[in-house]
Write a protein that binds this ligand. Structure first.
Ligand SMILES: *Cc1c(COP(=O)(O)O)cnc(C)c1O
Length: 360
């Protein structure tokens, strides 16, 4: 067996320990003679798995009692519609456009009401986070929406926008569980789990209880009503059982390794190694305004497309894979999520130095 250093933006690297544990339990989960994939979601064994998972994420993120945790299908993109359908009482909301995922959410919301662009960084290819201290938020807006960490462009909100009292809704797919958060600052925090937490196919929605309502937009499918999911503890229909099980293991792995403060410290250390090198390199450079740099997704370029391609090819051969930048921006991107060990980043930088020496 040989494992590579996987810098994929998502689906992405998972803790090896978790994968091994899952492999050990594949045929016989804790003596019940079957895999978690094969058991009823109404069984006692699975009930314990989902309850444990919820308790552990609550502990990790310090989630207050007046917030529900929902484990849902449809990925993050399904929420682009679910959010306006459930929250647009006045049929109006503000969106901050910091990249493709925020833009997709904004465009989807337009199908259900008036989505207002409050700010955007499109003018400089989303390489920064706009000033959000005094946005044109109006009283009739139902919520303010952000994508907190921009997976494709490598930017992150270091301070949350001033929402002027409106509920903040945040897509945290690519920074989920990467650092401590103050849940009370949000109405909804949600993320697809395949970036930093688990296998693709599930989204976790953390929602303040008063936002779970019956008076949703007419035509909202039963499955997309938060109330349906909350009333049934994410078991209205068959949930993504195996995904919940793996995420639960990742939560335990995080708790065992010191929780989110320890993760933040480690993630800062990892990112610093890479950014420090990028700032000193004559060949490679980061594409994001320094103060807005993400700890999770690090895009960089040489400025020469042929050299970029050569780098990606040689890196792949050396066991550093999935470094090609997003198709819309080109260059390279190293995603260094929780499960990327610090050695992976150190060795990548070593490899980049060597490449720089050979191609300067
Ligand atoms: C990947 C990603 C999405 C889309 O996730 P799906 O689960 O594929 O729908 C949405 N938002 C962000 C920030 C992402 O990184």
């Amino acid at each position: 067996m040989s494992r590579v250093y996987n810098f994929s933006a998502g689906p992405a690297v998972l803790p090896e320990e978790v994968l091994k544990e899952a492999a050990d339990e594949m045929l016989d989960y804790k003596g019940c003679g079957m895999s978690v994939m094969e058991m009823s979601h109404r069984s006692k064994v699975f009930d314990e798995i989902i309850k444990d998972a919820e308790a552990d994420i609550r502990k990790l993120m310090n989630i207050p009692d007046n917030y529900k945790v929902l484990f849902l299908q449809g990925g993050a993109s399904q929420q682009f519609a679910a959010i306006p359908m459930n929250l647009m009482k006045n049929k109006k909301a503000g969106y901050i456009i910091t990249g493709q995922w925020a833009k997709k959410a904004y465009q989807e919301a337009k199908m259900y009401g008036e989505a207002v662009e409050l700010a955007s960084s499109a003018d400089e290819t989303f390489s920064y986070i706009p000033d959000c201290s005094d946005l044109p938020i109006t009283d009739d807006m139902d919520y303010v929406y952000i994508c907190e960490n921009n997976t494709i462009y490598g930017t992150k909100f270091k301070t949350l926008p001033n929402t002027k009292g409106k509920d903040l809704v945040a897509d945290v797919s690519s920074c989920f569980l990467s650092e401590p958060v103050d849940v009370t600052k949000y109405g909804i925090i949600y993320g697809g789990v395949q970036k930093n937490v688990g296998p693709a196919g599930m989204v976790i929605v953390i929602i303040r209880e008063d936002l779970i309502r019956d008076d949703v937009l007419q035509g909202t499918p039963t499955m997309l009503k938060y109330k349906t999911q909350a009333d049934n503890d994410s078991l209205y229909n068959t949930p993504p059982c195996y995904d919940i099980y793996i995420c639960g293991k990742v939560f335990k792995w995080l708790l065992k390794n010191g929780g989110l403060s320890a993760m933040k410290e480690l993630n800062e250390k990892k990112a610093k190694i890479l950014y420090d090198y990028l700032d000193s390199s004559k060949l490679f450079k980061g594409t994001v305004r320094k103060e807005d740099r993400s700890l999770m997704n690090v895009p960089f370029v040489t400025g020469n497309e042929e050299l970029d391609a050569k780098f990606v090819k040689e890196a792949t051969a050396a066991g550093f894979v999935n470094l090609k930048g997003h198709r819309t921006v080109g260059g390279m991107r190293a995603s260094i999520y929780n499960a990327m060990p610090i050695e992976g980043v150190e060795k990548l930088v070593e490899f980049m130095r060597k490449f720089e020496g050979e191609n300067a």
